[in-house]
Design a protein. Structure first.
Length: 156
């Protein structure tokens, strides 16, 4: 949906749809599919859509269940500083009413981190006009010492 006033108005619609669908929050797939169906009824052009990643963190099981609707890859940074990229390729919300979505479950251990970010973070252009991309973001994350650096958010 982009940025600006039109995007802000769609965000209000998304908030309303979220509230209408709250009973589905325990099931990421059902929640995302319902949000998609409802948004498709509101959006009547091929250029308006929303991307998101929705998930549930289970502290007892030490896992997170995630469902993506066109969101960028996410990164798991293990305690031993191994970096894992997880791509969840699904359609954004508002494009095809009967789209189906999948869920991924990721196990965590003490010291692991999950890095979620907006697509705007990887669409930044360098001096040559090239997008940073997920790989470029991951390189910066490694360079600033995420998640161990106390100043990492400022530097990032």
């Amino acid at each position: 949906m982009g940025h600006g006033i039109a995007s802000a108005l769609y965000t209000m619609h998304l908030y309303s749809l979220w509230e209408e669908s709250r009973e589905l929050l325990p099931n990421p797939i059902s929640f995302i599919e319902e949000m998609n169906r409802k948004l498709c009824k509101l959006v009547r052009d091929d250029e308006s859509y929303a991307t998101c990643i929705y998930g549930l963190l289970d502290i007892e099981k030490q896992s997170v269940r995630l469902c993506s609707a066109g969101g960028p890859p996410l990164f798991v940074i293990r305690d031993n500083l191994e970096y894992e990229a997880h791509t969840l390729p699904e359609l954004p919300l508002g494009l095809i009413e009967n789209s189906t979505y999948d869920e991924v479950s990721i196990d965590f251990h003490k010291g692991d981190s999950l890095l979620l970010y907006t697509d705007a973070a990887v669409e930044v252009l360098d001096a040559n006009g090239n997008q940073l991309g997920p790989t470029g973001l991951l390189n910066i994350v490694k360079e600033v010492g995420y998640p161990d650096s106390s100043e990492m958010m400022v530097r990032l």
